[in-house]
Design a protein around this ligand. Structure first.
Ligand code: HEM
Length: 467
């Protein structure tokens, strides 16, 4: 358990990418490694983040320090650490200052980058976009868009990752912004992709021809577009899409958000939704292609609920009301999220000194929890490297540590769009599995693990039409 230290500094100044503030001496009582001069362990860690964590945990235990990305970080590994940091009962950990160095330049003031009272007020206002009414509307848009595209895929070989990435972008234009497919949606999608790539670019200044410059230009375009559209939708009334919900969202006292806040929330939301859904849909399809017996179970479950293929070759929609009936599909998706969590680790900054695992961790420390490692920890998971959706039966879930499975985080910042993610992935499978059998053509792909996992070869699969 954490205990608070009596001395609590009033304020911790924010840091920027590559600019830690704690000295070697501040953390010398915590075991760990400094690595190479200047770069520390940055490149070792980026080359294979999971192997690096495994080695550090085996060598030093579940709390260790590492010099990486320009400063000291304290890693805290395991469900207890996840609970302490995510539940954040004593408000020790700042998400603003944890994520800020990575995301502040391109996604400032996004919901995940706010703390405490400001965060709570904005989250409450934005939650309106995830109530059953709007969700039902998104379900219709998803059924429409997914059915058309999956039908066009036809049989044969394809790379799944780029195909689902493109589809997810097009779906976002429809259900998030209310735009039909077309040149305007394409321009927005491109600006958005440029921003996401820039957010993890190694060169952090927007110099000509760099990713960062493209990202900053993309942001300027989107800020302009969303600002004008917020005013227009407020004046003329918006549609049922997510952006219109955000534009007209109200605080508890009935006031509306400032336009620039709506814009920042919208930019962040698109980023939070996009690569995470793409990554998790890909890992689920990979695992189902590898395990045809599970693919068949899910196909049967879906056909029993929706009716599957219609006589005219189309596939029936998955109704919003029926999402809860796909229990095996739900468990298979949870298992894919365990196997390949789209957000493998989460950063925070300690605003006060605290104790954990027998160590005193000073105020100002950048701390990180490791989801991937927890999800494969043999102490909490039998045979952690095997694919077994039955780990997620209600009894098994109840018997496990609540923070042993946290792909969507937990506590105040728990993913706001998690039901949307379940919905999109279930509708995708409801359209895909009754139409096609899925196989891998080149065996298991290599995964790029960071920042959001993706198969390096795009995941080569073969779809065989089911007549
Ligand atoms: C499988 C897909 C997804 C995964 C694994 C995922 C994961 C996460 C995680 C781990 C966090 C919390 C990070 C932290 O506490 O440091 C988060 C926050 C968030 N996610 Fe997701 N996400 C997914 C899909 C989505 C979608 C589809 C949306 C929107 C439609 C979305 C919107 C958000 C927002 C707005 C936050 C910030 C919440 C807050 O700070 O209060 N996410 N997500």
């Amino acid at each position: 358990m954490a205990t608070l230290a009596p001395h609590q500094p009033a304020e911790i100044a924010p840091t920027h990418w590559g600019q830690g503030t704690l000295s070697d001496d501040d953390l010398s009582h915590i075991p760990g490694e400094k690595g190479w001069p200047i770069v520390g362990h940055t490149f070792t860690q980026l080359a294979d983040p999971h192997a690096f964590t495994r080695r550090m945990v085996e060598t030093y235990g579940r709390v260790y320090r590492v010099h990486s990305m320009g400063g000291w970080n304290v890693a805290m590994v395991g469900p207890e650490a996840n609970e302490l940091v995510l539940f954040n009962r004593d408000k020790i950990f700042s998400s603003t200052q944890g994520w800020g160095p990575v995301l502040d330049q391109l996604f400032p003031r996004g919901l995940m980058l706010l703390d405490f009272d400001h965060h709570r007020a904005d989250r409450r206002a934005l939650s309106i976009a995830f109530k059953p009414g709007p969700m039902r509307h998104y379900a219709d848009a998803l059924n429409r868009g997914i059915s058309r595209r999956v039908g066009q895929w036809g049989g044969g070989e394809m790379r799944f990752y780029p195909a689902i990435k493109e589809l997810t972008l097009d779906l976002a234009a429809d259900s998030f912004i209310g735009l039909p497919f077309g040149p305007e949606a394409d321009r927005i999608n491109q600006a958005f992709v440029d921003m996401v790539q820039a957010s993890v670019a190694p060169i952090r200044k927007p110099l000509p021809f760099t990713q960062m410059k493209r990202g900053v230009d993309g942001r300027a375009f989107l800020v302009d577009y969303f600002s004008k559209e917020t005013r227009r939708r407020r004046a003329e009334g918006g549609g049922q899409d997510m952006f219109s919900q955000f534009a007209t969202a109200e605080y508890e006292d009935g006031s509306q958000m400032a336009v620039d806040e709506v814009v920042d929330h919208m930019n962040f939301l698109m980023m939070a939704a996009h690569d995470t859904i793409t990554s998790s849909a890909t890992s689920l399809l990979w695992l189902l292609a590898k395990h045809p017996e599970w693919q068949e179970k899910l196909r049967q479950e879906i056909e029993a609920v929706t009716g599957g293929l219609a006589g005219d070759g189309t596939v029936r929609d998955l109704a919003y009301e029926d999402l809860g009936k796909l229990e095996l599909t739900d468990m298979a998706f949870k298992e894919a999220l365990r196997f390949v969590p789209p957000v493998p680790s989460m950063p925070r900054r300690a605003l006060r000194e605290f104790e954990f695992g027998g160590y005193r961790i000073p105020a100002g420390a950048h701390v990180g929890i490791n989801i991937y490692h927890t999800h494969h920890d043999a102490e909490y998971w039998d045979d952690p490297w095997s694919f077994d959706p039955m780990r997620f039966t209600p009894d098994k879930v109840k018997a496990r540590h609540k923070y042993a499975w946290v792909p969507f985080g937990g506590g105040a910042h728990m993913c706001l769009g998690l039901h949307f993610a379940y919905m999109q992935v279930k509708i995708l499978l409801a359209q895909l599995l009754p139409r096609y059998r899925v196989e891998l053509t080149d065996g298991d792909p290599d995964w790029q693990e960071w920042p959001i996992p993706k198969p390096k070869d795009g995941l080569k699969i073969k779809l065989t039409a089911i007549s």
